[in-house]
Design a protein around this ligand. Structure first.
Ligand code: SAM
Length: 414
């Protein structure tokens, strides 16, 4: 029988009775933080979130989601845009800074800046040192770093309407799971017929910020070639063609080269050569990576020019595309692979069937709303790679203990 809810439910804390148990669990986990490392810290963050939810009322949560978080985003995107956080760091991270002194160099109305900084502070991301006077926290200091701030400019400032207006797109598409890369919520929200959000972001001058975000979201995660995830020496180096021109790893759509450069730093004496591929517009922007890495413009929908490499590597590529486009990308690689020698290494999130990690589910919604794409479960990866007539098979999912780190999905020709 349906039940009418009493509105007072929305104004009472969600579950104060749960607080003592959460605190006990929190304290017990906290006592193992030093030995438990990142996995324990992640578990503590989830416990802290449970504590917050237990204490908040539904009304407060609604206000947070609909007023406070969008307001914070508006303030941070603007702050990044005008250089607020870079200026605060330049002035001295421990120096109390008056809004009136910041506003002039930034070219922003001091009244406006004061209102934006007051909300950033109220949300816990500036420390108030006096009336209209603040110091940055570690988070707001980090917003002076391009790889951290770029997501605000690109994902929120550039294409932030796509998730907000997703419901309108779904209304128009009869609530079907989106699978058409050429017709996404991004296309509807921005009334564009450019091929995808990457092209759209470039068209509005946010290409560098998009590439910087690719360098930012990975920070703090283990690289794919770290021995805790993928034992490169045993799986790639052993049996690799030792001649200096033999392609060892081709980083397909490797962006600005973060992964391949990390590989070089971890294994400076690797056999063969390393190649970074991406679209010309991205390759032209690559700078500061090891000069031994060969740069190559390549569209992954066309024939793969490097044949018979020891490994073709792709990081965060297939999750950008629905299955039909992934099959085209994979078929170009399968055609270039040498039987019994080449491996295809896909470094991607594998969503757990239960208890999925929030970064994985967030990535899934991001891919869905911007690209009609998705993060995949293990079953889905098998179906995509082995069920598309590509002559490929998954040999192993290489994973580490941390739920926020991607798997290396190792494949070979079947
Ligand atoms: C999500 S980013 C991942 C970049 C990099 N692998 C990383 O993990 O940092 C997707 C990349 O795919 C590239 N890309 C998109 N369409 C492409 C195409 N048709 N051919 C080659 N690269 C493409 C983009 O330029 C971008 O660098």
């Amino acid at each position: 029988m349906s039940q009418e809810l009493d509105l007072s439910l929305a104004t009472r804390p969600n579950n104060t009775a749960a607080v003592p148990a959460i605190l006990d669990e929190f304290n017990s986990l906290y006592s193992t933080l030093e030995t438990g490392g990142e996995a324990t810290r992640h578990a503590l963050v989830l416990k802290a979130r449970s504590l917050l939810h237990a204490l908040q009322s539904p009304r407060e949560q609604m206000i947070q989601h609909t007023w406070a978080d969008p307001g914070l985003n508006a303030a941070i995107i603007t702050g990044v845009d005008v250089g607020l956080f870079k200026l605060m760091v330049k002035n001295g991270v421990d120096t109390p800074q008056k809004v009136s002194n910041l506003a002039g160099p930034l070219g922003v109305d001091p009244v406006l800046l004061g209102r934006l900084m007051r909300h950033i502070c109220a949300m816990g991301h500036l420390v108030e040192t006096g009336p209209d006077e603040y110091k940055p926290t570690n988070f707001s200091k980090s917003l002076s770093l391009d790889v951290i701030s770029a997501g605000y400019s690109a994902l929120l400032g550039g294409i932030g309407r796509s998730p907000i207006e997703f419901n309108k797109f779904l209304r128009d598409t009869n609530y079907q799971n989106p699978v058409d890369a050429a017709h996404t919520a991004m296309h509807s929200a921005y009334n564009t017929d450019l091929p995808n959000c990457f092209e759209y972001l470039r068209s509005v001058g946010l290409g560098p910020q998009t590439n910087n975000h690719m360098g930012g979201y990975r920070q703090g995660r283990l690289p794919w070639s770290h021995p805790e995830i993928y034992p490169v020496a045993e799986t790639l180096f052993a049996g690799a063609d030792p001649s200096p021109d033999a392609p060892l790893v081709v980083d397909v759509a490797g962006g600005l080269g973060h992964d391949i450069n990390e590989f070089k730093a971890l294994y400076p004496n690797h056999p063969g050569k390393l190649i970074l591929q991406d679209l010309p517009v991205v390759i032209n922007d690559v700078k500061g990576i090891d000069p031994s890495i060969e740069l190559m413009s390549h569209d992954f929908l066309t024939e793969q020019p490097v044949k018979g490499a020891r490994a073709y590597f792709m990081h965060s590529i297939l999750h950008d595309w629905p299955d039909d486009v992934c099959t085209q990308i994979l078929s170009r690689l399968a055609d270039a692979m040498k039987p019994g020698y080449s491996k295809l290494l896909i470094f991607e999130c594998v969503i757990a069937r239960t208890g999925a990690h929030w970064e994985a589910t967030a990535g899934d919604i991001l891919m869905m709303t911007q690209l009609s794409a998705l993060e995949r479960t293990e079953d889905h990866w098998h179906k995509l790679i082995e069920g598309s007539g590509l002559n490929l098979k998954i040999t192993k999912f290489w994973k580490c203990a941390r739920p926020d780190v991607e798997n290396v999905i190792e494949c070979e020709l079947a």
